[in-house]
Structure formats: structure tokens, C-alpha cells
Ligand binder design. Sequence first.
Ligand code: PEP
Ligand code: MG
Length: 609
Amino acid sequence: MTISIHGISVSRGITIGRAVLVASSRMDVAHYFIEPEQVDAEIDRARRGRDTVVAEISRLQHTVSQLGPKDAPQELRAMLDVHLMLLDDQEVIEGVKHWIRDRLYNAEWAITSQLEAIARQFDEMEDAYLRERKADMEQITEKVLRAMKGLPATALAQAQHLQNEAKALNSARNQSGRRRTRGKEPHADIHLGDADAPLVLVAHELSPADMLQFKQSVFTGFVTDVGGKTSHTAIVARSMDIPAVVGARTASLLVRQDDWIIIDGDAGVVIVDPSPIILAEYNYKQRQLELERGRLARLLTTPSLTLDGHTVELLANIEMPADAPLALEAGAQGVGLFRSEFLFMGRHGADLPDEEEQYLAYRQAVEGMKGLPVTIRTVDVGADKPMDGAIQDQGHLNPALGLRAIRWSLADPDMFVSQLRAIYRAAVHGPVKMMIPMLAHLSEIRQTLTLVEQARAQLESEGVPYGQLEIGAMIEIPAAVLIVHTFLRHFDFLSLGTNDLIQYTLAIDRTDESVAHLYDPMHPAVLRLLADTIAAARQSGKPVSVCGEMAGDITMTRLLLGLGLRCFSMHPAQILAVKQEVLRADTRKLEPWALQVLASEEPANFLLH
Ligand code: PEP
Ligand code: MG
């Protein structure tokens, strides 16, 4: 039966494909296609992982048999039996083989796909005892994946594991007081065929680090239950230029592994199990969009000029150095925002990138842009971009208001100085600018600039080559707009981070889909802050850009031009569409119109005309 799920559109376009359900905790599993001749070897790899776990559990069974009932309760013995039985289940084994043989999935991907298929059946079971066996299935899957990574089951790990499982069992027994006997076996319902169908990722939640990992993946679209339009997960999806819908609430429950789904990224709709008529309609829309892309591609080398002759700079936002050549291909005239924190995500302590690693990464981006300027934003971790790759910093009540961005850097001056040194050194290889996120206080400005000077002076005294840098500030907090003249006195340029500026002006968590309807770029207060910043920068003769998502939103281009903006930085896929708007714009008409919009109580009405 066809169902439609409504969410928030974050990335435009249409994709039609098979659903792949993934749980975030298992996202570090590689997803790639193998060659047909690798099928046997891949099945063998999965079998070896399984055999290792079978051997491990058998050893545990032996150990448990030597213990008395106090140290090894009866349930623990039963659980080990269940685990062995699941590992020996023909449906499970054949299911994994199917994903490898018929879909050419790598072994890890095949195993997690089978887990998702079976987990769904467990969820649908009426018997509570059987439903609870889903956790067993998840545990053995994790064990097999660990074994395939070659993680040895040390004696200590085994002992701890044994203890934990005994504890977990005991507490489960105390809580539920239930004991049931085992009933019927899980049964996998797997569709064959369609090995070449595009694949669409469906998840409850994905962290920005998960998304980054999927950047080079095979998926042609994303759906998540949670998230807002400018959450960093959404931003990465957009930079991949594939249709995506977030905030789809129950999508990961309603969609089943392998269902056919359509993602309509423009409308923010997910259609599950589409009827032939709907499918035909979307095939047609998809072709129209491809034609439109073809038309836009002709603008690639057209200079970005308004009808009345103003040059408008169109820059790219990137997350990784490898994105630089793609930005060039998309027609970017430079990088206006390199979100350097993506180098840091999913890494901790001693594993954080040191000066040398950062230098090489920044250098790669600079060389990738072949002489065009690269603006490196210093680390902006915290809030929805925690370092450890978890979904969100849950440790603090209001992470978006906490130790984030420049606050985080100033709290660890050694780490900050090593980043500053790396950026200075990369500037030897091409034009580099540096930009500081989330400043609000004069004291932060002073501390930052002192550390910047310290980094430069260190390189000078050590005789290490470094280049010249322009240093800019991001305007992301309303307080910064209100003291914008202070910012202009201390910095060479400004860049409006509208994603955060809107969040902090309207008190809307940008990642929270339940308040997404209030996240309004056209709110008169937001427009006033933008207009004042742009006007102040222009008066002082210093460059100002917008690098938030607003810069790539074609419904906003004319208004921003009317407010005097001449530099836009956006995800590369939007550059040509924005250029088309620029080519059609006449700032002599847009400027008086923008004043009217600014004076209005309901500015959004002006965009309708
Ligand atoms: C912004 O806030 O608009 C911005 C560009 O920075 P980020 O989205 O990385 O917070
Ligand atoms: Mg920001």
C-alpha cells in the first residue's frame, strides 16, 4: 500500500530506489559493492566472522559449565544457547548470502541488512519474549562484525563480557520478572532481483560524522526521522547534492528494509511503495529536473554579473579537502567556508589531527582550488557537531549555548595555536583567509587575535615558512551585529553565518524538527540584522559575505542583492542556480524594493510576487 510521509526538505531533487535501513550505532560499517567474482570470498569472510563468534561462545559455554549457579545463572546459559542457535539459523545464514550474492553487498553490509530485516520481524511479534530476542540478534551481529575487524576476544574482554551479560540478565529478570520458553524461529522475508536499483538510506538519526562517512557512498538519497533544515547533518546531505528529507518523524518505523521509496526533496515528501501511476509521474518529474540541470550547466563559464553590471562573487562551502576540486567543477570562484571541524569529528585525545596533519589537509584544499582563495574557518565543534561522532552533545542542557566554536578553541589554546600555525603554513601554497566562528565579546576578539599573532610569531622565530592571511569574523550572534563596528575595527572581513544567526535571534534550536516551522529566515528581525551588518561593512569598505544556507537559497538571492550583498558562499550544487538569479537581477530596481521589504511587518509576502 502506498503511503506518504511528510518531513522537511533539505536537499532538492527526486530519487527512486530501495530502502536501506541503518541504525546509527552500526554506521561505522563499510558499505560498498563487490565484483561478482568476489562473491565466494565475501561469503567466506562472513562465514569466518561467524565461526570465530561460534568458537568464542562455545568457549564461554564451557567456562560457564564450570561455574556454580550463583556466578552463572541459568538465564546466562540459556542466552548462550540462544546466541548459538541464532548463529546457526539457516534463515539468517541464507539471508546474508542473498545480500552478498544477489545484491553484491560487502559482507558487513550484508550482515547489517539481514539484521535489520530480522529485527523488523521481531518487532512485529506479539509474544514479548520473542520480541526481546531482537536484542540477542543485535548482540551477535555486533560480535560477528567485531570478529571480522579482527578484534581479538582477550581473556579479560571475555571475562568482562561474561560479567556484563550476567548483570544485564539479572537486572532484566528483576525488572520484568518474566520467564518464557522459546517459540518459533524468526523468518526472513527477502525479495530477490533488482540488484541494480538505486539505494536510499533511511535512519532514525544520523550524526554529521556518519554523514561524512557516507559522502562517497552508493546512496542516492537520505531520509531521517529527526533533524532540522540547517542541522549539520542536513548541510552535509545538501553538499552531496542528493535528495534528502529530515524530520520525517516515523519514517524509519514505517519503511521496511528493501521497500521501494521515492524521495521528493523539493516537497520534503517520502512516498513508500508507490503505485505505478505515482511512479510514472515521478519518473517524468525526474527527467524534467535533469533537463533543468543541463540548462544550468551552460552557465558554468558565464561571468556572474547583474544586469546593471555588478560583479557578484559565488563561493563554495566545503567540509573536506577532497571537496575542493568538486567546488571548482561546480563553478565556484573560491571557497568561502571550509568547515575545518569535519577533520576533527569522530576523533579524540591523542588521535586529534595535529598541526602537520591539518597543514597537509589545508594545503590539499588550497592546491585543489588552483590559485582561487580558500577561507578556512577555525574549528566549530560542539552542539550538533560533537567530536566523538555522537548525534548531539547530550551532556549539557543547552549545547548550542555552551562551549562551542571559538569558545572551545579559547578553552584549549595549545590546540588552537596548532590549528592557527597549520593555516598560516598552508597559506604558502595559495591565497588563504581565516575566519573565526561565533564571536560575541571584545575579550574573545582580543584573545583570539593575540593567539593568532602568537602562532605567526612562533613560525617566524622558528624560520618555518608561512603566508599572509586576511582574518575575518563570522557574524552569528545578534550581539555581534549590535557591536558590528567593533568587529569591523578588528577584522579584515565579515561573513554572516545565517544558520546560527537565525537560531540565536529567534531562540530556535536549528536541529529540532518540532520547532522547525518557526525557523524563519524572513523574520523582520533577521532581515534587519542582515541589512545592518551589510550596510556597516560596506560603509567601512570591508568585504562581507553570507555563508549560511540562505546564500544558496534562490528565493533569497534577489533580496540579498537588494540589501547590497555581493558575495555568496554556498554548497557547490547551488552555485549555478544562484548565478541564474544574479544574471536576471537589476540592483537599481532591487535596492528600493529591498527597503520596502525591510519596512514590512510581513516581509515573506514580498517573495510571493
Ligand atoms: C552558519 O551558522 O550559518 C554557518 C555557516 O556555520 P555552521 O552552519 O557551520 O554553524
Ligand atoms: Mg554557524
